[in-house]
Design a protein around this ligand. Structure first.
Ligand code: CXF
Ligand code: ZN
Length: 367
């Protein structure tokens, strides 16, 4: 057992308390990572609020750090390796075999249930079980026992503290553009929501796919200003009553690709008529069970338009995260402009600032 410090979410509160816990050594197939930093993602708040995750629990799923101990049978990682910690997948179902781990048959149990697949947890406090293994990591902690399959080795050319969100938010936005929709050079793209996922999509569309038009839509003018500095050619306030007219003024034939990162379906529905012939709508956000979209089927059908679900940016983490880090080094994925760092002890302020929209991507640094 190792003594670690983690941000624990206990029953009947939405605040995290930093507590000293005991952590098991990594089991077969696992790796112990000394966490350097962890991004905060909207899904952490969904897990906090939706009542699906057991408590007490340690959340966090955009970790990065240094390998401290390697469990039995793990190949390809050694002590001292720098790693990004991404989402968990089983590695053996048909989707995993097709390098599409976002559609792993075990995605929800492995990432959302707060335990290993066998129900066990790596964390405890004087005999009390603390739920762990959120997204195969629970990275709001000085240390994380991870499944080896969700680790990606990274070199030292990008600050390790920036790397965590490449494992979730950044790859989700960029992957929607590059992997899922395969945005063509010169095409038009409209991104709904200028948070971390949306702005990663804006950057990827503008600087990597080389789209001709990139429209960012958000409720907050400050975020739209930021969107312009990371590649948006046009911006629209999402509550504007003449949103459709503004889009028609920019793209008279409609928009080739629409990417929803808001999860706000009335906005998505109002944008459906704005899709160009053979356009694609990518659904990238978190949608609650039972959410419905009302679609004009004739409009969809007659224009060859498509609606596509996108999980984790259709990322094969082992190839896509290194590719994004390389784009970052080239200045084509300037995600550092989205980040504000906080000390781990200030995790509640980091979460407050993320929820108010004051901070686009909060990253907590471990002591
Ligand atoms: C989530 C995104 C919304 C659907 C479930 C998985 N990934 C990470 O935050
Ligand atoms: Zn996430």
């Amino acid at each position: 057992m190792k003594t670690v410090k983690s941000a624990v979410l206990r029953p009947k509160t939405n605040r995290f308390s930093i507590e000293q816990l005991q952590m098991e050594a990594p089991r077969a197939g696992e790796v112990l990572v000394k966490v350097v930093a962890s991004g905060i993602c909207h899904t952490d708040m969904v897990l906090r609020d939706a009542g699906i995750a057991p408590r007490p629990i340690v959340l966090g799923h955009e970790g990065s750090g240094i390998v401290e101990q390697v469990g039995e049978g793990v190949e390809g990682f050694g002590v001292g390796d720098r790693v990004a910690i991404s989402f968990a997948s089983c590695g053996s179902c048909p989707s995993c075999e097709k390098h599409a781990p976002g559609y792993c048959e075990q995605f929800f149990p492995l990432n959302f249930f707060g335990a290993r697949a066998d129900g066990s947890c790596s964390l405890s406090k004087n005999g009390e079980t603390i739920h762990s293994h959120v997204f195969g990591q629970s990275s709001f902690s000085t240390h994380a026992v991870c499944s080896a399959g969700n680790l990606v080795r990274v070199d030292d050319s990008v600050p390790l503290e920036l790397v965590g969100p490449f494992g979730c938010g950044f790859q989700t936005g960029a992957g929607a553009v590059l992997n899922s929709l395969k945005v063509a050079a010169g095409a038009s793209v409209m991104v709904l929501g200028a948070g971390a996922v949306g702005l990663a999509a804006v950057m990827a569309a503008a600087y990597i796919a080389e789209a001709g038009t990139v429209i960012a839509v958000d409720l907050q003018p400050g975020r739209l200003e930021l969107a312009r500095t990371v590649g948006a050619s046009d911006t629209i306030i999402g509550s504007d009553e003449d949103l459709a007219d503004q889009v028609a003024g920019i793209c008279p034939r409609g928009v080739d690709y629409i990417i929803d990162t808001t999860g706000y379906l009335p906005l998505v529905e109002s944008c459906l008529p704005l899709m160009a012939s053979q356009g694609v709508l990518g659904l990238v956000a978190s949608y609650p069970p039972g959410a419905n979209l009302s679609v004009d089927v004739l409009h969809l059908f007659s224009g060859g338009r498509r609606i596509q679900g996108v999980m984790e940016g259709d990322s094969d983490i082992h190839t896509f995260i290194p590719a994004l880090l390389e784009y970052h080094k080239q200045g084509r994925f300037p995600v550092d402009k989205l980040v504000k760092y906080y000390d781990f002890i200030d995790i509640n302020s980091a979460i407050d600032d993320s929820e108010s929209g004051d901070t686009i991507k909060a990253i907590v640094r471990m002591p």
